[in-house]
Design a protein around this ligand. Structure first.
Ligand code: SF4
Length: 459
């Protein structure tokens, strides 16, 4: 999963992009990058790590110009190594192209093979690079036709911020899997994965980039839009609402916090139980737990506190301390938990190993009973559209019954939200969502060879 940001028409473009990426950090912590253009020269800065660690004032000073795009990455296709950091930029004989991509293409293997057979040489293992090749090879002089031709060859999920010969381009795939919005700041235009980045820089939200739309923002401030694809049914990723997006963002036209609370309310309607307290696993379960508590009337408590200052490189004690990795992040409040029947609200269970350690920590802290309610159905299939779920084999609900998962995690009871309940909680029509990781029914054709492992093996 990734976060993308772009701005044009502002002298502080790279600094504003830095701030935008800061707000989008939750969408990718592995690497960060910015490309800026001053009308003559493109400059790139990128590195492995968090936005705050990769960029310094002196780096941003070098990234001159009024046009910039940026990217934070969590690798899905393509391993996590430096060559794969985005934005990816090339200079070719007719100009320059830089790309920041959120989502996964599903027909990359075929496209890449065709391009390689025709002599293209790839520099990275990212699916996004095929888009660069299509654009660079295009003989089309009209930028709108060039983009439409390139996009028409892609299948799968893409929200893009592109810099093409000084023009900022935003585009979304016709299914609209991933969010992308357009804003305005101080006379300049902004593209962002989520509205929380617009809020951070004080930009005004104008609208979402529509599924199947490409928006062109020219250096003189003119904005044009094309919709080159026939309407083919929406498949917005429901998991963005459940877990991924920031609760203070509006995505797909609606606020994430409110949707999560509604999921919690629906969960309480479907799976009530006698408990003394309702608590979230912070932070992602917070809002569903609040909704559950409101609906059920069971008091909401914070039974675990998150340490926000744990980096990924903390030094562990040489002596094994039980559940150290969990406890360094989340510390239970014994006085809240002791002797209580605790109901935990989780947003999702993927492998089950983290939940198992957390439940053990709660029991060690004195909880009398530990029950769990999950604000989505069991995840049974991998995602091919850009969320980094493990393979089917590693998904606990793909191979085990709910009773087995309950015992494995060490719970007194476990219930998931129903598919119907999840879709009922959404702010718009149920047939406009992708729910493939819960149903195994993918809204687009998935070639048999497409799986993360096979992609890696091939490369
Ligand atoms: S498979 Fe799941 S995570 Fe992937 S796009 Fe569909 S709903 Fe989202």
């Amino acid at each position: 999963m990734c976060g993308i940001f772009g701005i044009t028409g502002h002298k502080e473009a790279s600094r504003l992009t830095y701030l935008g990426l800061y707000a989008l950090q939750h969408r990718g912590e592995e690497s960060s990058g910015i490309v800026a253009y001053d009308g003559k020269k493109e400059r790139v800065s990128k590195g492995m790590g968090l936005v705050g660690d990769v960029f310094a004032e002196k780096t941003l000073k070098v990234l001159k110009g009024s046009l910039a795009i940026g990217h934070v990455r969590y690798s899905t296709t393509g391993s996590s190594f430096e060559k794969n950091i985005q934005p990816f930029m090339v200079i070719h004989k007719r100009g320059h192209i830089a790309i920041a991509h959120n989502g996964n293409l599903t027909n990359t293997l075929t496209l890449r093979k065709d391009l390689e057979d025709k002599g293209s040489i790839f520099q990275t293992s990212m699916d996004s690079e095929v888009i660069i090749h299509f654009l660079a090879k295009s003989k089309e002089t009209d930028i709108k036709k060039k983009i439409a031709n390139a996009l028409s060859q892609l299948e799968g999920a893409y929200s893009l911020a592109l810099m093409v010969d000084g023009v900022l381009v935003g585009a979304r795939d016709p299914h609209g899997f991933r969010p992308l919005c357009l804003g305005k700041y101080d006379g300049s235009y902004v593209l962002s994965s989520e509205t929380c980045a617009l809020d951070l820089i004080g930009a005004e939200y104008i609208r979402d980039v529509d599924p199947g739309e490409a928006v062109f923002i020219y250096p003189d401030g003119k904005v044009e839009s094309i919709r080159p694809f026939p309407k083919n049914g929406l498949s917005c990723c429901i998991f963005e609402y459940i877990y991924f997006a920031r609760p203070d963002s509006n995505i797909f036209g609606n606020n994430v916090y409110l949707v999560r609370k509604q999921l919690g309310r629906q969960l309480a309607k479907e799976s009530s139980i006698d408990a003394d307290i309702v608590m979230p696993i912070p932070d992602s379960g917070n809002y569903a737990a609040m909704g559950y508590a409101e609906e059920s009337g069971i008091p909401f408590e914070v039974g675990m506190i998150r340490n926000h200052y744990v980096g990924r490189t903390f030094i562990q004690p040489s002596q094994e301390i039980r559940d150290f990795r969990v406890r360094v992040k989340l510390n239970p409040i014994k006085e809240v938990l002791k002797g209580k029947r605790v109901l935990i609200v989780e947003d999702s269970i993927v492998r089950g190993t983290t939940s198992k350690s957390r439940v053990r920590t709660l029991r060690d802290a004195g909880a009398k009973e530990v029950h769990m309610r999950v604000s989505c159905p069991p995840i049974v299939s991998p995602c091919f559209y850009g969320i980094d779920f493990p393979t089917k084999r590693e998904l606990i609900a793909a191979k085990s019954s709910i009773d087995w998962i309950r015992d494995y995690i060490g719970l007194d009871s476990l219930q998931y939200l129903s598919m119907d309940g999840m879709l009922k909680s959404m702010p718009f029509s149920r047939d406009q969502f992708c729910v493939a990781c819960f149903s195994g029914k993918y809204p687009t054709h998935i070639p048999r060879r497409v799986s993360k492992k096979m992609l890696e093996k091939r490369r």
